[in-house]
Design a protein around this ligand. Structure first.
Ligand code: PLA
Length: 454
């Protein structure tokens, strides 16, 4: 039997904790609620949760991107529209499972020799090989010389995290430069892995294009060896990519300063519709013989979002180094999730190894990219047709899944409240979530939002 005297003791300890929270709160001159501090409000209104060892836990805010879907799901309006998360939708507004993916899955299910054993820590070997070829090219000298180690990871995010954990343990420079702005999860992934995050200039709001001079200045003054996060193509959230000439200038600077490029390739095929064209930035940095990291995701380009399929490749100076690096990647992965899931990687390997399936995939991919591009055109024309003030040509100039509209957070909140249109508060809209029927509704909402600000 438990000692009953423990109960009042526990109760008084909890009370003491609440009193000290109260004291700290009263001492603090700030009226802001600090989301990292135990909340006075939560403590005082907690009712019976004082009995929990987690009573001090404060409710965290929803994720700025994935939380948009949660809010959308709660909205009963029949005209609601989710342009938050970058997830492809058909012209009918439905999620899409590619036919070629269905065919690959059928093959897998019908193959009686398949088992569900654990994969190695590094994942499915064939998947890794084919993924490296997809991003670096069939004829990549780095692959031929065995200077690349590729490990299967949990989609793009998991690949970034494993790469960052490896760097934090084994690379002398712990600072990573990320573009301003960038995908909202980047700073969290890198900080939690133990890297120190700094930003470099990327987007120029006045031109709605690339601030190449700012970028070169910032990277030019980065400490030697600093890690530089680069979006391989279809920059999220801005939809602004460097031209090939600009990439070449960036490459020269990065190499001359000995910085370490870490590519995030989450949209290969989504920018131009072509897999090779969208890998050009990465290939420039591999052709020069230098080292780099690449995180690949099959979430968008194969529509395998929830399967969590991706890969981390580290291109090393020699085959020997690559093999030692791989041995250390295993030590990063094993205590994190032991080894990756088998199904999604098997789908990808089935498609990549078969010429017909591969070709079918490239056609599907082009169709998805083209539908997004046609939505850009439709939205641009709808805005022009309404005579909305301002130059909206960035909608057709930007690349990839997103348009960075330039709408501010107040306008976004207004569009959500009045028009049931859901998007991230930075004014980013997922073009993949639009279709011909919903374009007029979005154009009306933007029209009203712009008037609001005028
Ligand atoms: N890198 C970038 C630049 C991304 O935009 C995303 C996804 C990822 C990595 C990670 O993708 P994955 O782990 O699913 O492979 N960005 C989405 C979704 C599409 C998200 O935020 O998770 C977005 O809406 O921005």
């Amino acid at each position: 039997m438990a000692d009953s005297s423990a109960v009042p003791m526990e109760g008084s300890a909890a009370a003491n904790r609440r009193v000290s929270v109260l004291a700290r709160h009263l001492e603090s001159s700030s009226s802001d609620v600090d989301s990292n501090e135990p909340s006075l409000y939560a403590s005082l209104t907690s009712g019976s949760d004082g009995d929990s060892v987690f009573a001090h836990v404060v409710k965290a805010p929803e994720d700025p991107i994935l939380g948009v879907t949660i809010a959308y799901n709660k909205d009963p309006s029949p005209v609601k529209l989710n342009l938050g998360v970058g997830a492809y939708r058909t012209e009918e507004g439905k999620p899409l499972v590619l036919n070629v993916v269905k065919r690959a899955e059928l093959q897998l299910v019908n193959n009686r020799s398949r088992v569900k054993e654990y994969l190695p820590i590094t994942g499915l070997a064939e998947f890794n090989k084919l993924s490296a070829k997809l991003i670096f090219g069939d004829d990549s000298p780095a692959i031929r010389e065995n200077r690349v180690t590729t490990v299967q990871c949990l989609s793009g995010t998991g690949s970034l995290r494993v790469g960052a954990e490896f760097l934090a343990r084994h690379y002398y420079q712990r600072t990573i430069y990320i573009p301003q702005p960038t995908w909202g999860n980047h700073p969290k992934v890198f900080t939690l892995a133990g890297l120190s995050v700094k930003t470099y200039c990327y987007y120029d709001p006045t031109t709605r294009g690339l601030n190449i001079q700012g970028l070169l200045d910032d990277l030019g003054s980065a400490p030697p060896g600093a890690i530089v996060l680069l979006h391989a193509c279809a920059h999220n959230p801005t939809g602004v990519d460097p031209t090939l000439e600009q990439w070449e200038t960036i490459r020269q600077l990065i190499r001359s300063k000995g910085l370490l490029p870490f590519f995030d390739s989450a949209y290969q095929g989504f920018a131009s519709g072509g897999l090779d064209a969208d890998a050009q930035s990465v290939r420039m940095f591999v052709t020069d013989g230098g080292e780099c990291l690449v995180a690949q995701s099959y979430a968008k380009n194969m529509g395998l979002y929830g399967e969590r399929v991706g890969a981390l490749s580290i291109v090393c100076g020699t085959a020997d180094v690559a093999s030692r690096v791989e041995s250390q990647l295993k030590l990063v992965i094993r205590p994190m999730y032991s080894n990756p899931p088998i199904h999604g990687a098997s789908i990808v390997a089935t498609i990549l190894r078969d010429r017909n399936m591969f070709n079918e995939w490239t056609v599907d991919l082009k169709a998805m990219a083209d539908r997004i591009i046609s939505m850009r055109q439709k939205l641009f024309e709808a805005l022009r047709g309404r005579g909305i003030p301002g130059d909206w040509s960035h909608i057709i100039k930007q690349i990839g899944m997103f348009t960075y509209t330039g709408l501010n957070s107040k306008q976004v909140a207004f569009m959500t409240k009045e028009f049931h249109i859901y998007m991230t508060s930075d004014g980013r809209i997922s073009m993949a979530g639009l279709n011909s029927k919903t374009v007029p509704h979005l154009a009306d909402a933007i029209h009203a939002a712009v008037k609001l600000n005028a």
